[in-house]
Design a protein around this ligand. Sequence first.
Ligand SMILES: Cc1[nH+]cc(COP(=O)(O)O)c(CN[C@@H](CCC(=O)O)C(=O)O)c1O
Length: 306
Amino acid sequence: ERDSLDTIWMNGEFVDWDDANVHVLSHGLHYGTGIFEGVRAYDTQEGTAIFRWEDHLDRFFQSAKPYDMEIPFSREELTEATLETVRRNDLKSCYIRPIAYYGYKSLGVSPGDCPTDVTIAAWPWGAYLGEDALKNGIDVMVSSWRKHASSQIPTNAKTTGLYVNSLLAGEEARRNGYQEAIVLNKEGNVAEGPGENIFMVNDGEIYTPGLSESILDGITRDAVITLAEERGYEVHDNVSISRGQLNTADELFFTGSAAEVTPIKQVDNVTIGEGTRGPVTEDLQQAFFDLVERETDAHDDWFTYL
Ligand SMILES: Cc1[nH+]cc(COP(=O)(O)O)c(CN[C@@H](CCC(=O)O)C(=O)O)c1O
């Protein structure tokens, strides 16, 4: 529920939250033909700062390519629209959701002469999997639903339609009493979470599935790899992780714009490590939050201030 003062940017105009509607025959609603970003802005000592906006913007344009979708706004226009959306909603920290989708003109799978509509919304969003999750970790299950292969639907394009796969996996987990799922790829190796990348720690070294494992090229994944290497950890970021390795991991954790750094303490009721947030996970989680809350001036180029 939002108060009526909230506003959303739609195709170049700011409209009231309650008036931000689309036609029911919009192509994207029927065929999943939208691409989107999930971005966080943090309330830092230097004011509100959007984390890795330029990288999210890069991915936004990249995601449109497989669908021949032309984004009708420039990077600068989208950047100013985003900053203004955060300002107008008077948000100090928030979650930002840009989306581009084939809009209303005609139906049929081919988007034909449908317009590409673009909207940007922002709202407060706390810990994605709950405050306790960040501190104590979550219980997950390996889903019976497999991640589609990137050769079937490009997993490096953040496509709205893909998230039915994420929903099937995540809801299966929650239906069975777990908080989130781990999704294997069609080869049966570990891909990622429904909305997160996954990391494993073994004997102090860090592993995360390579981009060829049908995963999203996560920006938080990239940031955590950088932070880990800066702290002297050996990072293996182009590996296949088998399903069996999950049980024997010393530590596991998810990363994502929404999930941030969320420890995993059980997989299918098998305790991981000590059954709570592991020491390497805690070190990297602390480094991540120090970074985004600007307790450090490192990587200032990763921040776009309001
Ligand atoms: C499938 C998937 N994999 C990995 C990630 C992590 O990527 P990055 O945010 O660049 O570090 C996300 C982001 N999931 C977004 C959507 C969450 C939602 O529930 O919607 C997010 O974290 O904003 C994914 O959706």
